[in-house]
Design a protein around this ligand. Structure first.
Ligand SMILES: [Zn+2]
Ligand SMILES: [Zn+2]
Length: 86
């Protein structure tokens, strides 16, 4: 288990599937792409469309490519959620 990154901020969350927990395969809310109350990830930072995430459950750190060019609206939704603006 990794330590939770000092940049982790509960005010900056993202709902991207964790490759280790795979909650999007077992949890209805995650599978539907809703803001699951139980399964969310810390948004440590982002570089363009690449999000640097940490899962508070398994403490894995990974990069999530959102494909900004192809799914601009998807990224906007994700970031708004992460930033708590809707
Ligand atoms: Zn996880
Ligand atoms: Zn869930």
């Amino acid at each position: 288990m990794l330590p939770i990154d000092p940049q982790a901020d509960i005010g900056r969350r993202a709902w991207a599937p964790c490759p280790t927990c795979r909650t999007h395969e077992t949890c209805d809310a995650c599978r539907d792409g809703r803001n699951c109350a139980d399964h969310w990830r810390y948004l440590l930072s982002n570089t363009g469309s690449l999000l640097h995430l940490q899962c508070p459950g398994c403490t894995d750190v990974w990069d999530h490519e959102t494909g900004f060019g192809a799914t601009r609206s998807g990224l906007g939704r994700l970031l708004r959620r992460a930033l708590g603006h809707g």
